[in-house]
Design a binder for this molecule. Sequence first.
Ligand code: HEC
Length: 255
Amino acid sequence: MSIRWRLALAAMLMLAVAGAEAEERRITVAVSPDLIESGLMKHMLPRFSLKTGIRTTPVPLEPGVEADALVGPSVDGGRPVFRGGEAVYLAGLDEGGRTELAARFLDWLGSEIGQRTVASFAPDGKPLYEPAAGARVEVKAPAVTGDAMAGERLALVHCGRCHVVGPKNRMAGIGSTPSFAVLRTLGDWERRFRAFFTLNPHPAFTQVPGVTPPFDKARPPPIAPLEITLADLDAILAYVASVAPADLAKPLKYE
Ligand code: HEC
């Protein structure tokens, strides 16, 4: 082989190797959808990629999602990285993901640069997130303060007319309403349950004494109202924590 061919071949091989490497240096980061909506990911991920050469694909954190790293308010075994509103966001590795590259992402996020990047995200001149690496949080603890047995009873009474809450009303519920087992698969189920009375369709018919304002007299609830105390909701959360997440063969889109 002539020297010219050899060089050409070597160059081609190098390109192929570089190509393969470039392809591999990419991670999928599943984040709770609000982080995509707020624009934080668009702000943060390119800065990480620039620094490390690791590209990132953000996807919404939802049941069945395949990712390398996870960021959200209830990531199992995650460590706190930042705060936004009431929520503390945790970051962790997905089992079976590309651990090494994903670990670099977590390290970066917890580093001074990563934390500054989060803090500098201020779309309307006001920072939306606050660094929280090093913060200590007990995320899981509140879920089990209530009494799960009482919670099951309360869930059947209050939620069971629309939701399948468990085996006891398996055949009831309204078809289009997600079952508790399906909701339980969401990474941030706890946040959603805690705030269910603020999430549609509940505000139109739900009252939490001392928390929600009274119904508008001009617009009475269209259906039988639901009145529940925060203590009862704690019990329901304890029950939901004990509900086995539905086994979803396919990734489920549920927003
Ligand atoms: C009158 C029917 C009805 C009752 C009663 C009801 N829900 Fe719901 N709930 C729904 C429907 C319908 C949805 C789905 C809304 C959607 O898909 O946007 C839902 C969704 C939810 C969600 C997910 C909300 C989100 O946006 O992520 C939670 C959590 C929830 N319900 C909790 C409860 C709890 C807890 C109770 C009882 C204390 C309850 N619901 C009572 C109809 C009901």
